[in-house]
Design a protein around this ligand. Structure first.
Ligand SMILES: *Cc1c(COP(=O)(O)O)cnc(C)c1O
Length: 369
């Protein structure tokens, strides 16, 4: 049985007519940027995310970039980021001219370890950017307490965890201003690039909206050096349809993760995902760890099972960040995760027999019954 890493058809095929109708509305309306679809999506996503404001933007990286710029973070400032994140979190910090400061994750949750944040704070620190990695919420109550104590801003990178919760509060609603991504493969994906900003602060929301649209409040009147980072009407129309299914899809992802946990539970050499007390996991990715990662990945490839590594090189060891002067061994937990993690196939609509088939091949690899 051939099993891809990701299968869009399972979610998109049943929605075909609804999506076609959404497209037709935009097509016939002849209004393609900053129209009623974007307006509706901003309102719909704000309700889903239990925040007062959403700003629809071009992609997740731009969302984080605008969020930092909205907070006036810039050259000379330091921003704390996890040492094991996707590069976009770090790039956003670089774009505003600030310096990323890495803090190690917890080896069980793979999320930034709140107990290590205080040691990284200096007089230059302006903000913390927690990343809800793989779909699990960070320990946000603890992070918000540290931020308050040191008067820091918090920008959640919620690209992978729409709908996750910590102590029953939804991710993307803790930080002062937060970014998320609607890249096709994310839990809520557009049919192209798209992203969003969430906040409860009216002033930040207005500024972020203005920055995303050339820095203009009134057409052709330019108040600040802004960007063209708007979401287009087609993507907003598609997202308005798909948002109605997001909660169901998250439940399906959690069910698939439960199946994996069950079928893989007796393999001692394999570390399964751990969910922290008070946190929920939306399983954007189902990530296991093993010392034999590369061999296991090859074995699964030979059996036509798609896997990926999230992520093979931590940001501090990327060539693009050689100017930070980091070397191997500086962030050993991030490095260990990079060397041992493997993401198994998961998508809403995946069936239990596919999960058990994959589990059986993994058992074969580890010679476990
Ligand atoms: C996908 C992702 C982003 C960037 O989103 P894009 O829409 O691809 O720009 C940022 N942070 C994390 C953690 C991501 O997974």
């Amino acid at each position: 049985m051939k099993i891809p890493f990701l299968n869009f058809a399972a979610t998109h095929q049943p929605l075909k007519m609804e999506m076609m109708n959404a497209f037709e509305k935009v097509y016939d309306g002849n209004w393609f940027v900053l129209g009623e679809q974007v307006k509706a999506f901003e309102s719909n996503y704000a309700s889903f995310n239990k925040v007062d404001y959403t700003i629809a933007v071009s992609n997740g990286l731009d969302a984080l970039h605008i969020a930092l710029k909205t907070l006036n973070i810039g050259p000379g400032d330091e921003v704390i980021v996890p040492s094991n994140t996707f590069i976009a979190t770090v790039l956003a910090v670089s774009y505003v001219g600030a310096t990323p400061v890495f803090v190690e994750p917890n080896i069980q949750t793979y999320n930034i370890d709140p107990s290590k944040i205080e040691a990284a704070i200096t007089p230059k620190t302006k903000a913390i950017m927690p990343v809800h990695l793989y779909g699990q919420a960070c320990e946000m109550t603890e992070i918000m307490q540290i931020a308050e104590k040191y008067n820091l801003k918090v920008i959640e990178d919620n690209a992978q965890a729409q709908g996750a919760t910590y102590q029953n509060k939804i991710t993307g609603s803790f930080g002062h201003i937060n970014g998320t991504s609607f890249y096709p493969g994310k839990n809520l994906g557009a049919l192209g690039d798209a992203g969003g900003i969430t906040t409860n602060d009216l002033q930040l929301a207005e500024k972020a909206k203005v920055l995303s649209n050339y820095g203009t409040r009134v057409k052709y009147v330019n108040d600040e050096i802004g960007f063209n980072m708007r979401m287009d009407e087609c993507q907003a129309a598609f997202l308005n349809v798909k948002l109605n299914y997001l909660s169901t899809w998250i439940k399906q992802r959690q069910q698939i993760a439960d199946w994996y946990n069950l079928h893989l539970s007796n393999i001692n050499a394999l570390v399964l995902p751990y969910v922290a007390p008070n946190a929920s996991h939306t399983y954007h990715l189902y990530v296991v760890r093993t010392e034999k990662r590369d061999a296991l990945m090859n074995f699964l490839t030979e059996h036509e099972i798609g896997t990926l590594i999230h992520y093979p090189i931590p940001p501090h060891l990327q060539k693009s960040y050689s100017n930070l002067g980091c070397s191997k061994g500086d962030f050993p937990i991030a490095e260990e995760i990079a060397e041992t993690c493997l993401s198994l196939p998961i998508w809403p609509g995946m069936k239990e027999d596919q999960v058990s088939y994959i589990a059986n091949i993994i058992k074969q690899f580890f010679q476990v019954q």
